[in-house]
Write a protein that binds this ligand. Structure first.
Ligand code: FES
Ligand code: FES
Length: 130
């Protein structure tokens, strides 16, 4: 298919069987939600974390976007699961892009995942303050 010619097998693998698709209750104080959009293409990604004892216990996402964005968010949720918040904050889009072998034109898709992780963590922290 077209998609198989255009994407690296790693992207196909995550796109066809994305891990951690789902939603968590936004109102739960232990849940942080990040919603980000890519101005370049209009794709949107929602990523949520559930935190317990300072560690990310669950991470889920919903992505309305290209195969690379779906693969990036799925990989990001796998990567941050089990990490404490500071370590999860270190996830770089370049780590995602190199793992998935994204070409330069698809780098912003992995950026979306990095931004979504950071936004979810920031949202969680904000909730703890009030
Ligand atoms: Fe169309 Fe990302 S630009 S899905
Ligand atoms: Fe825009 Fe992938 S093409 S997120």
């Amino acid at each position: 298919s077209l998609i198989k010619r255009a994407y690296h097998p790693k992207v196909i693998e995550y796109y066809e069987q994305p891990k951690n698709v789902g939603s968590l209750d936004k109102g739960d104080k232990s849940v942080g939600t990040g919603v980000v959009g890519a101005p370049a293409c209009g794709d949107v990604m929602k990523l949520q974390i559930k935190v317990e004892d300072g560690k990310i216990k669950e991470a889920v996402f919903k992505t309305f976007g290209c195969a690379s964005a779906i693969a990036s968010s799925s990989y990001a949720t796998e990567y941050i699961k089990g990490l404490d918040l500071n370590d999860a904050m270190q996830l770089k889009n370049s780590d995602i892009a190199s793992y998935l072998h994204l070409p330069p034109i698809k780098l912003h898709c992995s950026m979306l995942a990095e931004d979504a992780v950071k936004a979810a963590i920031t949202d969680f922290k904000k909730k703890q303050d009030n």
